[in-house]
Design a protein around this ligand. Structure first.
Ligand SMILES: Nc1ncnc2c1ncn2[C@@H]1O[C@H](COP(=O)(O)OP(=O)(O)OP(=O)(O)O)[C@@H](O)[C@H]1O
Ligand SMILES: [Mg+2]
Length: 267
């Protein structure tokens, strides 16, 4: 798909370190928020496979988050209308389109409007169950029976909680089984699976960025300092060759950094 996008350069640019994925809760057991149940207490419980305390702690969006204004606006309109019912929104699209980042940015901007926010790694049923168990632990259910205790907590707490079910790509997972069967609460699902549109109230496909957002993202990742006109034009061409696609725009700049190539100024 990006075959024409090889060997690009931003002339005369200095390159910054690129931040990689930083999902602490995927990889860093032990980093978790304070809860009412201590770690030693939870060790004695029968825990689901893959569980560690704080697994549902929500990571932050990338510090170079760019654009997606319309998508964030759609999420805002959907979740903050006056209707009192459970709301589920699906962000779907190709891998690397930025679904997870949008969900995390939405959470960052509007966190004050929710009572509790939990990040559920939804790539397997095992991880969903481990996350639901953590929701029970986080809410002081000292001896939860199993993951259903987390569903029970969400179900019985008529609050404006938000759960982000991230990377629910596997069509074999019966995702709705893990929606608390109640009339309250908010759910954002990110998935590559468009079929999930049938399971939610609203959905939106994430695709490439607008040319101006794409250029902005590339420049944030790859260039230090302002660009002159020639450099600006060249960067715009590179962003176009990368189809204004977020993952390509960020990864490509990482590759050029690691390659430590020289970048002649054209013209
Ligand atoms: N709006 C954005 N601003 C800045 N960087 C972004 C943005 N969207 C995506 N990225 C970059 O692209 C990478 C991929 O984004 P993300 O993980 O959100 O994609 P995804 O659609 O969830 O992919 P997957 O289906 O593989 O989970 C991120 O690590 C981030 O570096
Ligand atoms: Mg994702």
């Amino acid at each position: 798909m990006f075959s024409q996008a090889e060997n690009f350069a931003i002339p005369n640019g200095q390159f910054l370190n690129v931040q990689g994925n930083y999902y602490l809760n995927h990889h860093t057991p032990g980093i978790y928020p304070a809860t009412s149940t201590s770690h030693s207490e939870t060790k004695n419980l029968v825990q689901p496979a893959g569980y560690y305390q704080g697994i549902t702690f929500c990571p932050t969006s990338t510090s170079t988050f760019t654009g997606r204004t319309d998508t964030l606006e759609s999420l805002n309109n959907f979740f903050f209308d006056s209707e009192k019912t459970q709301k589920a929104f699906l962000l779907f699209g190709l891998g690397g389109a930025g679904k997870t980042q949008v969900a995390l940015e939405f959470r960052k901007r509007f966190r004050q409007k929710f009572t509790k926010i939990y990040f559920i790694t939804a790539d397997t049923e095992e991880s969903i169950q481990a996350c639901l168990f953590d929701i029970a632990i986080d809410n002081g259910l000292g001896n939860p029976q199993d993951w259903r205790s987390g569903i029970h907590w969400l179900n019985t707490h008529e609050e404006n909680w938000l759960i982000i079910m991230d990377n629910a790509d596997d069509p074999r997972i019966p995702l709705r089984r893990y929606f608390p069967p109640c009339e309250h609460g908010n759910i954002i699902i990110t998935s590559r699976n468009a079929e999930l549109q049938n399971a939610v109230g609203q959905s939106l496909e994430l695709w490439d960025m607008s040319p101006s957002e794409g250029l902005q993202l590339l420049v944030k990742h790859a260039v230090k300092g302002p660009l002159n006109n020639v450099q600006h034009k060249h960067a715009a061409q590179i962003a176009k060759e990368l189809y204004y696609f977020p993952l390509a725009l960020t990864e490509k700049s990482a590759q050029t950094i690691n390659g430590e190539k020289a970048y002649p100024v054209p013209g």
